[in-house]
Design a protein around this ligand. Structure first.
Ligand code: SF4
Length: 332
């Protein structure tokens, strides 16, 4: 283990590198370290697996954890992992709001909020937070900077020469780090596979690649609908110039369950809204203002634990970080 990877809370922490599990956040930290060195830097990752982290249908993909371990070893600075006791589904029930593209409490409650709490408590001298957005998302930078105040949000990938995904994938390849498998499976992000901010195109891909994960989310959505007694849904049906709920079950049966002949004739993108990809803004968002149940004065830190990881150690107790899980192709 490199001495630089030992977490020493008695030394001032000035720079927080937020790792999301994707190539962008690794690239932002890599560039910062190449230009400024690793001193006073800590990486932060927030795991949304909750108490159910061993369930492969909950939280991040296992290969994202493998990638994080390799990214951490490459960057050579300590990695702190924060795990809340709740899953995204617990948060939705607690907030009485099923997350969707308009508002997803999971992002603040399980990622940005705990990260800010940790920084405030354990890194009071932090000056800046590195974020992995690139030029394709530069329009979000002004809001991100304002959301992270009083820390300075720094987006190293947007400095010239700008770097984005193709270059980052090449940089990973040069260092013999395989990117998260979600990219080669067609996902735009390597965050939660069943991201509630994802649109129809994202969920159609999840159904094709990981049907078990889709069906798990479908059951959870139904459970929340029943508990809330409301016609809520993750997806939206925007046909006929109206916006209506579209449950994952209805989307699967009516849109994704078409026969092969129809798919051959029309192509799946004509059977649903193929441009509705959606996206995730974890680690960059502000506290939601539309909370139906206010946060109150609870100390959020009582609801999460954190530890720092050792190089070579698994990020989750039972995961094997050395092997890259095979893609689970299968589907409907
Ligand atoms: S990736 Fe999506 S589902 Fe996961 S925490 Fe972020 S917004 Fe929620």
């Amino acid at each position: 283990m490199k001495p630089s990877q030992v977490l020493d809370l008695s030394s001032p922490i000035r720079t927080i590198g937020t790792l999301s599990g994707g190539a962008g956040s690794w690239g932002a930290c890599r560039r910062w370290i190449d230009q400024h060195g690793p001193d006073g830097m800590v990486l932060l990752f927030t795991d949304v697996g909750g108490e159910d982290w061993a369930n492969p249908n909950v939280g991040e993909d296992q290969d994202t954890m493998r990638f994080l371990a390799e990214a951490r070893d490459n960057l050579g600075v300590p990695l702190v992992i924060i795990r809340n006791q709740r899953t995204i589904w617990d948060v939705f029930l607690e907030k009485r709001w099923l997350g969707n593209s308009s508002l997803a409490h999971c992002s603040w409650e399980l990622k940005t909020g705990p990260a800010r709490d940790w920084i405030g408590k354990h890194a009071p001298g932090a000056e800046r937070v590195l974020v992995g957005i690139d030029v394709t998302e530069i329009h979000r930078l002004k809001d991100i900077k304002s959301n992270w105040e009083p820390y300075e949000a720094v987006a190293p990938l947007t400095d010239k020469p700008m770097l984005w995904k193709p270059q980052l994938l090449r940089m990973l390849s040069d260092r013999a780090i395989a990117p998260p498998r979600m990219y080669e499976l067609g996902f735009a992000h390597a965050n939660c596979p069943g991201c509630v901010k994802g649109g129809q195109s994202h969920w159609a891909r999840l159904w094709r690649v990981w049907p078990e994960r889709y069906l798990y989310a479908e059951r959870k959505e139904q459970e929340i609908r029943e508990k809330l007694g409301a016609d809520v849904s993750i997806l939206k049906d925007r046909s006929d110039h109206k916006v209506r709920s579209l449950t994952l079950e209805r989307f699967r049966v009516e849109k994704l369950g078409k026969s092969d002949l129809l798919l051959d004739l029309f192509g799946e993108r004509d059977l649903f809204d193929g441009l509705d990809e959606g996206g995730c803004a974890c680690f960059t968002d502000a506290p939601p203002e539309l909370a139906l149940v206010p946060d109150g004065s609870e100390d959020r830190e009582e609801r999460y634990d954190w530890h720092w990881s050792l190089p070579g150690d698994p990020l989750r107790p039972d995961s094997t970080q050395s092997a890259r899980p095979e893609p689970i192709r299968g589907a409907a």
